[in-house]
Design a protein around this ligand. Structure first.
Ligand code: NDP
Length: 524
């Protein structure tokens, strides 16, 4: 109780990172409030499950409809709270959420039907097997600030579609966007308690993990993800971890330089580089390297930095001072170790409190932090390579493995190289947009995480698999039940031969020896 009241006194604030304006303050939910939210979500879950997949899909489709009608207002709110250009808020937040909700509605209908499991063993053909997807119960979602609407919306709609209820703990920096996810779903007909939002900071997230949720979907940084995994392990809470990235872009010698350079600039600077799928390392074949870097610098110089609510803005502010100083320190470290600045490399205080110029660096190498740690800012570091093997080695030389891209005029060559890159997603001739493909699974390996969100695999994560076995002959005792003895042993040796002996005569002899077991009564 003491700890709860202590937590309730902490306050978080939503700020406009472009102006520093304080938009709204919220008290952090106490441990007791988090537990109460989970309890309410649990109480309503059986009814939500029993309502059936078709009813749930209708609610999600109404959510798409409500969101479609309120898209401008919501995108503007996201732009104000997270700083991103309005059009990015519209496409990467609102549109992504709508498409994912529609996918979840359609696909969950298919997945709600039992999936037959045919049996090969002739004795087991007497049974009808199927996979039944069951909701976990209450799914906890902990989400970051960089896609403050689409990440919780995609994960919550997937969980709800599969019959779970949800308790969401958004980033303390973007409470307003998360509250909108809930209010839109409620206006679409979601029962009041089926999605609860508990506002707060790190300890509020920790309280959610300690509460009796049944599954956790966490999206955030690697250090927090490791702490979350440890806390979850204590009680074997199943988790999906969507963590950081250091995505490599590999530009092969036959790439279209004009197209690939535009991709590098957009992929590195979209959402001011605060995207888990950002291009954070760009490797270019040495025959194109100098020209590619020059073109990237020229294109970067043309970008308009400013307040995201101005429709001509292409790059908004970083989220806060902490993020700015990480970017600054990575660029400083690279320059100290011999990197060269082709463009940017400085704060833009005249634009507002959190602006940093889009930055192009060359002559970078792997000992530099800019090539090893997640920068999460508008920096494009470019490095040459000499052969495809070299490119694969460099791309794989990272703790992270979320996504990567390969650029070539020959997609077959690109796909072959893509298979050699260890990353959850590899795109050939595109970057970042995989996040907007609702059918595509999203997630990484190595330190980039465990499990998947998005797509069918994302829906699978929201359910546990029950194998349902139904015997077609309920009146028949099974031949393998008690009543062992010499005759039964010979019959079963014969049965084993009938299934697996390599010669046909032995298989036939085995089948004849085992046939009697079908009429065996047994002792019990
Ligand atoms: P953080 O790891 O700082 O925070 C993520 C969430 O965890 C926030 O809601 C945070 O709350 C909460 N949290 C903090 N401490 C704890 C704790 N001890 N227990 C439980 N929850 C806790 O990440 P950021 O918000 O800074 O997000 C940026 C990171 O997210 C980047 O590394 C980025 O790559 C990654 N990311 C990964 C994605 C993917 O799909 N793989 C997608 C998007 C982002 P609070 O904010 O209030 O501190």
């Amino acid at each position: 109780m003491a700890a709860g009241s202590e937590l309730a006194t902490r306050v978080i604030a939503s700020m406009n990172p472009a102006t520093g304006e304080r938009l709204q303050e919220f008290p952090c939910a106490s441990d007791a409030e988090v537990a109460a939210a989970v309890e309410r979500a649990r109480a309503v879950q059986p009814a939500w499950q029993a309502a059936g997949a078709a009813f749930r899909a209708e609610v999600l489709l109404r959510f798409v409809d409500v969101l479609s009608r309120r898209k401008t207002e919501i995108a503007r709110l996201i732009s104000r709270e997270a700083g991103k250009p309005y059009v990015e808020a519209l496409l990467t937040e609102v549109l992504v959420a709508m498409d994912a909700a529609r996918f979840a509605a359609d696909e969950s209908l298919v997945m709600s039907a039992p999936e037959p499991v045919p049996h090969r063993n002739p004795v087991m053909k007497m049974k009808r097997g199927s996979l039944v997807r069951q909701p976990y119960g209450v799914v906890g979602i902990i989400s970051p600030w960089n896609y403050p609407f689409s990440i919780p919306a995609v994960e919550a709609t997937a969980a709800l579609a599969m019959g779970n209820t949800v308790v969401l703990k958004p980033s303390e920096l973007t409470s307003l966007a998360a509250l909108e996810v809930r209010s839109l779903l409620i206006s679409a007909g979601l029962p009041d308690d089926a999605l609860q939002v508990v506002l707060g900071d790190g300890p509020t997230g920790a309280a959610l993990i300690a509460s009796p949720i049944d599954k956790l979907v966490f999206t955030g940084s690697v250090p927090t993800g490791k702490r979350v995994a440890q806390a979850a392990a204590v009680r074997l809470l199943p988790v999906v971890l969507e963590l950081g990235g250091k995505d490599a872009m590999v530009v092969l010698d036959d790439a279209d330089l004009e197209v690939a350079s535009s991709a590098a600039v957009w992929g590195a600077f979209v959402n001011a580089g605060q995207t888990c799928l950002s291009v954070e390392r760009c490797y270019v074949h040495s025959s194109l390297y100098h020209r590619f870097a020059e073109v990237c610098a020229t294109k970067t110089a043309m970008l308009k930095v400013g307040n995201g609510l101005d429709e001509t803005t292409e790059i908004g502010p970083l989220i806060n001072e902490r993020q700015l100083s990480i970017v600054e320190s990575h660029v400083h470290d690279a320059l100290q170790l011999g990197a060269r600045l082709l463009f940017g490399g400085a704060r833009l205080p005249e634009k507002g409190p959190n602006f940093y110029a889009p930055t192009v660096l060359v002559d970078v190498n792997h000992p530099m932090r800019i090539m090893r740690e997640e920068t999460f800012g508008p920096v494009l570091p470019i490095m040459p390579f000499d052969s495809d093997d070299d490119a694969v080695r460099l791309a794989n030389d990272s703790e992270f493995a979320l996504a990567a891209s390969v650029w070539t005029r020959h997609p077959g060559r690109g796909e072959a190289l893509a298979r050699r890159i260890r990353a959850g997603t590899v795109m050939v001739n595109d970057v970042v947009s995989c996040f907007g493909i609702s059918e595509a699974p999203h997630g990484g390996i190595k330190s980039s995480g465990i499990g998947r969100t998005h797509g069918r695999l994302g829906l699978e994560e929201m359910s546990w698999i029950q194998y349902l076995d139904s015997d077609r002959l309920p009146g028949m005792r099974k031949v393998w039940w008690y009543g062992y003895g010499a005759e039964f042993v010979r019959q079963m040796e014969g049965f084993t031969d009938a299934l697996f002996a390599t010669s046909l005569p032995r298989r036939l002899r085995g089948a004849m020896r085992s046939a009697g077991s079908l009429f065996r009564k047994g002792r019990l």
